[in-house]
Design a protein around this ligand. Structure first.
Ligand code: CDT
Length: 334
């Protein structure tokens, strides 16, 4: 019995500092419509999809910073973001989208939500856990900052899997697809994937903004050329999506923001859809607005889940203590 789903990643080309939110929403809707035309019923959008990657900037004026956050509790009902959700409802397409969340208490998170068209509501929220970069700007004035630690708290919702209602194709007793969300840097942490793997996740939805070249943070060598750094960043992105999909026997959909923001800050493209054997099923060819689609059969997750990565049969938790008891490295004395 197959459980087939057509899914899409909606890659977004550059969004600039002064790009009005409404203009970006129009582009997101265009991508959504294109995915729907190709038959997709689930579309993943990038991290911080409504704005530029503002964490590279230090804002002196608090109001300037606040303008990048969504302050409404339910962005599927407030302007200008609600237009995207209304269109998803009209098309019957579920969406996962990232945004900068400011809670009524003033807490700031780098968040993603899952909107179910069938239920016409946001039915799951996730907040990025591993916050990269620094709190303070780098002393080197020429450096491109990455101030996520200044602007966001670590997520407090954990890695909670959920089912997408109504996305089961046949009534063979299998439940609706089990999904989990990740945001950018979280995709590099196997602990995050395993938390979802242990809930039987079948599809990971991941939005990202990954710099192509940022020698203060990025790359294995400061001497790396921008070209090598970019191809390495793309290779590492695919490596973690493919390896972790394989090791948790699940599909994954990665949607990036790409291209040159403000004419000088380059983000990698490489949006992709990966299968449970670690194989790439679809991959973006550009660094601009682009939709990629794949038909996925969720039952293909079973081979791995029932055999090589059958957790119940093979995991040896008595040997994994360090993974939760220890944060940093403790080297052996001898
Ligand atoms: N957005 C995000 O999390 N980007 C990181 C790069 C951080 S470099 C300090 C990433 O893992 O792609």
């Amino acid at each position: 019995m197959s459980r087939i789903l057509k899914v899409a990643a909606a890659q977004l080309g550059p969004v600039h500092l002064d790009t009005p939110r409404a203009e970006t929403v129009v582009r997101l809707i265009r991508l959504l419509k294109s995915a729907a035309r190709q038959g997709a019923t689930l579309v993943v959008f990038p991290e911080l999809a409504f704005t530029t990657f503002f964490a590279r900037h230090l804002f002196d004026e608090p109001t300037r910073l606040e303008a990048f956050f969504e302050h409404d509790k339910d962005i599927s009902r407030s302007s200008p973001t609600k237009a995207l959700f209304e269109e998803a409802q009209r098309l019957g397409v579920d969406i996962c989208v990232g945004y900068a969340e400011k809670t009524p208490e003033g807490r700031a998170f780098n968040s993603a939500i899952y909107y179910s068209a069938k239920q016409d509501r946001v039915m799951a929220k996730y907040r990025k856990v591993h916050i990269p970069g620094t709190r303070e700007p780098l002393p080197d004035k020429a450096a491109v900052n990455h101030l996520e630690k200044r602007y966001f708290e670590p997520g407090d919702l954990g890695f909670q899997a959920f089912r997408a209602p109504g996305k089961r194709q046949n009534a063979d007793g299998a439940g609706d697809p089990i999904l989990g969300m990740l945001i950018c840097n979280d995709r590099r942490w196997p602990e995050a994937w395993r938390c979802y793997g242990l809930q039987g996740v079948e599809v990971i939805l991941c939005g990202y903004n990954t710099p192509a070249y940022n020698p203060h943070f990025w790359g294995t060598s400061k001497a790396m050329s921008p070209e090598i750094a970019k191809s390495t960043a793309i290779a590492q992105h695919k490596l973690v999506m493919q390896a972790n999909s394989y090791m948790n026997s699940c599909f994954s959909i990665a949607a990036g923001k790409a291209g040159l923001e403000d004419g000088q800050y380059e983000l990698i493209g490489g949006s992709c859809i990966v299968g449970p054997e670690g194989q790439i099923l679809a991959e973006a060819a550009t660094t601009d607005d682009e939709v990629i689609c794949a038909e996925i059969d969720l039952d293909e997750c079973r081979q791995g889940k029932e055999h090589i990565f059958n957790f119940a049969q093979h995991r040896r938790v008595e040997t994994y203590r360090r993974v939760v008891d220890q944060v940093g490295v403790t080297q052996p004395d001898s």
